[in-house]
Design a protein around this ligand. Structure first.
Ligand code: NAP
Length: 246
């Protein structure tokens, strides 16, 4: 039976790469984004893949029940949810410098939206025999590093984005514990620095040893987590398919 995956932020970057890699593994991918993925889906169909598109703004949780109903009517279940979409609009902003609207917007899109979408889709994930939830996080939200006053990147700051990714990691652990009895594995991962639409132009200069990954390289751990066997991990935080500290 063909597996069904929903990927948010599928229009470009890591979400688009994740969608394509899942299609290559035989998945039907529901490509969800605030932008229309209709032309992308047509292209993938011409290549022989199966996909559908869904206009979805993570800040508009009122439509999530209708999204769940539509997926239930069409497919009856969901096998994989990749909570990938996020915004980064506060590079260089310390807590005292970020305005309230920006802070609220980032937490809404990056943390609350994925939490509520996961909750709305949980009944459909429970209908899968081996459901997997992949939360795309970031080492920008790795508390072990953020709280290390000797870390070489301790001065890197994007207060709202970092807080939101800590929240994403909390979502991972909380859902993993609740859904463990249903065989559903929930993990976070950091894709590393990826050449994508996300605004990385203002990154500090770390020298030539930093190479931006391609979106497909960045998506590799997402594919691994989306296709974990029954004995695979849950409630973990990963980078390059290896467990890392929270
Ligand atoms: N790129 C990196 O180096 C890096 C590093 C660590 C972690 N990550 C994480 O990787 C994930 C993907 O990042 P990316 O670099 O691929 O980003 P990206 O290229 O900016 O793609 C993100 C997609 O999400 C969409 N989106 C934005 N707001 C949305 C909303 N409210 N609802 C639904 N979709 C929305 C964006 O649309 P618009 O373009 O219209 O905003 C865009 O199509 C994110 O969770 C990010 O935090 C990325």
């Amino acid at each position: 039976m063909q597996k069904i995956a929903l990927v948010t932020g599928a229009y470009q970057g890591i979400g688009l790469a994740t969608s394509e890699l899942l299609m290559e593994q035989g998945f039907h991918v529901i490509m969800a984004d605030i932008q229309s993925c209709s032309a992308l889906v047509n292209n993938f169909r011409q290549k022989g893949y199966t996909a559908s598109h869904l206009k979805l703004d993570l800040a508009m949780s009122s439509i999530f029940p209708a999204v769940a109903n539509k997926i239930e009517e069409q497919f009856g279940r969901l096998d994989v949810l990749v909570n990938n979409a996020a915004i980064l609009v506060d590079l260089g902003r310390h807590p005292s410098l970020i305005d309230e609207d920006t802070y609220r917007r980032v937490i809404e899109v990056n943390q609350i939206g994925p939490f509520l979408l996961t909750r709305a889709l949980t009944p459909l994930l429970k209908k899968s025999s081996q459901a997997r939830i992949v939360n795309v996080s970031s080492q920008a939200g790795q508390l072990a590093q953020l709280s290390d006053m000797a870390s070489p990147i301790k001065d890197d700051v994007c207060a709202a984005y970092q807080s939101s990714k800590i929240g994403v990691n909390a979502n991972t652990v909380l859902f993993a514990k609740e859904l463990e009895p249903f065989g559903i594995k929930v993990n976070s991962y950091c894709p590393g620095w990826v050449d994508s639409g996300m605004n990385l132009d203002e990154l500090p200069d770390y020298g030539e040893h930093i190479r931006l990954k391609s979106p497909k390289e960045g998506a590799d751990t997402a594919i691994w987590l989306a296709t974990l066997d029954a004995d695979g991990p849950t409630a973990g935080f990963f980078s390059e398919r290896e467990k890392i500290n929270w």
